[in-house]
Each structure stands twice: as structure tokens, then as C-alpha cells.
Design a protein around this ligand. Structure first.
Ligand SMILES: [Zn+2]
Length: 74
């Protein structure tokens, strides 16, 4: 996992990408792996980057690359 800090633009794009993914009913939502009953994960800016975080517990994970590039113009 890269430790380089993300630019403000990368952070904004990542948050938007996660929001788009999570509300797209054709895609499987990213969910908490500690408890599948928890609500879908949300984008969470932390230490110059963005991760996926559960709002119900302390579970966090990196944002999968497939999510980050899902809304890139092709
Ligand atoms: Zn959770």
C-alpha cells in the first residue's frame, strides 16, 4: 500500500467514486467484513488518503482499485 499522500483532487475523486459505487444497485456494495449486518462502508479521509470505514464498528479497509477507476472516463 502506497504511503504517499494523496492530492486534494485524488481525495475528492475517491470519495465520489465510493459514493457512486455504494449507491449503484448494479454493483455489490462494499460492506463491513467484521459484521455483514452493518451498513455499507463509507469513504473516510484519514492521514492524507481515503479508506473505507464502517460506521458501526472500527473496521476499515483500503478502497479497492476497481472502485477508484469505476467512474474514470474511458
Ligand atoms: Zn462494522
Amino acid at each position: 500500500m502506497s504511503k504517499k499522500r494523496w492530492t486534494d483532487q485524488e481525495i475528492i475523486k475517491a470519495i465520489e467514486a465510493v459514493e457512486q459505487w455504494q449507491k449503484n444497485e448494479h454493483l455489490h456494495p462494499l460492506t463491513c467484513r467484521s459484521n455483514s449486518q452493518h451498513p455499507p462502508l463509507v469513504a473516510w479521509p484519514v492521514e492524507g488518503m481515503v479508506v473505507l470505514a464502517c460506521t458501526e464498528c472500527s473496521y476499515i479497509q483500503e478502497i479497492p482499485q476497481v472502485v477508484l477507476i469505476a467512474n474514470e472516463p474511458s
